[in-house]
Structure formats: C-alpha cells, structure tokens
Write a protein that binds this ligand. Sequence first.
Ligand SMILES: Cc1ncc(C[n+]2csc(CCOP(=O)(O)OP(=O)(O)O)c2C)c(N)n1
Ligand SMILES: [Mg+2]
Length: 274
Amino acid sequence: MVKKKKQELIQLSNKFRQRLVEQLHAIQTGHPGGSLSATEIITTLYYHTMNVSADKVDCENRDRFILSKGHAAPMLYLALAEKGYFPQEEIATLRQMDSILQGHPCKTSTPGVELSTGPLGLGLSAGIGMAMGERLSGRDTTVYVLLGDGEIQEGIVWEAAMTGAKFKVDNCIAIIDNNGVQLDGTTNEIMPMGSISEKWEAFGWNVIEIDGHDVEQIASALDEAKNTKGVPTVINAKTVKGKGISFMEGESMWHGKPISEEEYKQAMAELRSE
Ligand SMILES: Cc1ncc(C[n+]2csc(CCOP(=O)(O)OP(=O)(O)O)c2C)c(N)n1
Ligand SMILES: [Mg+2]
C-alpha cells in the first residue's frame, strides 16, 4: 500500500472515531465498543478494497458489505455518509424515530445498506447465498461479511461455514472482529471457543490472522482472500473493543453505555492527540 493511502485510512479512522463519540454522546445511547473495534476494518473495506460507489447504489457489479454484527451500525453510517450515500447531516438523526439511520442497519431505510441486521448470526448465511447468486450470474463481485467473536457462538454461523466450504464459495469473505469481548463479559467467560482459527480451518476455510487495527494488514489480507480460489476465506482480525479510548478498551461495560460529559471530554482529548 502506498504511504499516502495508508495515511488516508489512518486519518479517516480517527475522524470516524471522533464523530462516533460526538454522536453517541449527543444521543446518550448506542454501541461504542464494537463500533470502535471495527473502525479500521470498515474504513479499509470502503476506502481501499470494495468496488462500491454512491452514484451506483444498485449497480450489478458492485461488491457487497454485510454488517452481521449490526450493533456497530454507527460506524457503518459514518463510512457511508463520507462516501456520499446520504448527507452528513443525517448522522445527527441517528436512532431517532423516522430517521433513515436506525440503531441497527435497515436495507429499506438506508442507501448503501445491503442487508438488515441486528439479530446476530444471520449475516454469513445471507452472504454465502448472495455470493452464490453472484457466481451463478457470472459476475466478478465479492461479498464481505463482518462478524463479532461473540456472534460466532450462534449455531447458524457454523451451518453457513459448512455450506461455504461445500460449495467452494470463494467470493464470500468473512471477517471476524475478534476483540475477545461480548455484551457483558469476555468471550472466554461467557462461552470459551478455544482456537477460533483452528475451528474455521476444521470447517474447511482458508484462515488469515491479522491485527485488525493495522490498515496495511487488513488491506493485504483482503487482497489475499480475494485471490484465494476454490475455498472460502475467513480473516481472523485481532482487535480491541473500545479501541482508541483508554477507559473503554477491553471493557464489556462499554458495549452499549451512554457517554457522560466528563467521559466525552476525555475521549475527545485522547482522539485529538493521536
Ligand atoms: C440473536 C441475538 N442474540 C443476542 C443479541 C444481543 N446482543 C447484541 S450485541 C451482543 C454481543 C455481541 O458480541 P460480539 O459479537 O463479540 O460483538 P462486538 O464485541 O464486536 O461488539 C449481544 C449478545 C442479538 N443482537 N442477537
Ligand atoms: Mg466481541
């Protein structure tokens, strides 16, 4: 990756973090932790990897992104607004009645959202189906599905994993935001999963392990995944829940907690000094 692109992705990620904190503080609701762990992944997908454009929302040849961990919607909305899918002013309406930006992604309300999500576990099954449809249509498109590490405890994820391997769905790329934390504890406390990478390998997937906050590693893993044929790829991205804000990092409490005035000031000071 050229230096300029790397800088752009890092700066955008920081800008999105600041906007996220501003907005969630303003509305006193929403999910900061899982939005902050997914920041670089979503930014790199939209600003480096995916063939998508706000001018061509319905273009047949577009890549698809599914935010299976739908509670990280605020970060997705920031990336979509910046790309021009809807005016930036809409961000201020987040989670309000009749807003186009609901607490979880809604395909029929928000331009650029490819699948309504929120109930965890469903995105990969839908993504595998979409990717198979794309392949049948002869289009060279890729479907990217972002899952949480707590989310993959859902049984349907493993049905999708088996299906992806059986039908060699190499145009569907799964990314696990592996922050080690879920809603009210660590994944080890709630439901220990052992080695996530070994589990996916056992289900027949090509596995790439990366630091999910390093934009260069994310970009090259996504390239490698796209070039891997005959087998689906999952990127096991090690991340930190609440990344970038010291008092939120690794704390399940910040899965979905309102940001107080004092916390807001400290968070913004930390992000601005980066
Ligand atoms: C089927 C279902 N069960 C429970 C929930 C409530 N819920 C929302 S987020 C969450 C924790 C998710 O943890 P993880 O997948 O690790 O997400 P992240 O750490 O990235 O925020 C839970 C249990 C839900 N949305 N859907
Ligand atoms: Mg998690």
